[in-house]
Design a protein around this ligand. Structure first.
Ligand SMILES: [Zn+2]
Length: 98
């Protein structure tokens, strides 16, 4: 089970586009829509184990993306895949967390 990173990205992109249209196609809100789309998809339980890789999302704005503090962006801890970021070295900051 589980979606691949590219499937996930395509999924988020589609959702983000839907949100954009839903909000009247505002300019300059791509990052917000992208983050919102991810939040919605996670709520639906589809992204629980998936970390979007940076290489799979060309042109993706960096909003909400941060260097993983556990592996310091290397994606590895003691030679093992970092469980926090899934090896991408980056983590997505959650929105609506407070
Ligand atoms: Zn990490």
């Amino acid at each position: 089970m589980g979606k691949s990173v590219s499937e996930y990205v395509a999924w988020v992109r589609e959702r983000a586009h839907a949100i954009w249209e839903r909000e009247g196609r505002p300019e300059g809100a791509h990052e917000q829509h992208w983050t919102q789309a991810e939040a919605e998809l996670e709520t639906e339980g589809g992204a629980a184990t998936t970390n979007p890789g940076d290489e799979a999302a060309p042109g993706t704005p960096g909003a909400g993306e941060d260097i993983c503090r556990d592996c310091h962006g290397t994606g590895r801890i003691d030679g093992k895949l970092c469980p926090t970021c899934g090896g991408s070295g980056k983590v997505m900051e959650g929105i609506g967390g407070g």
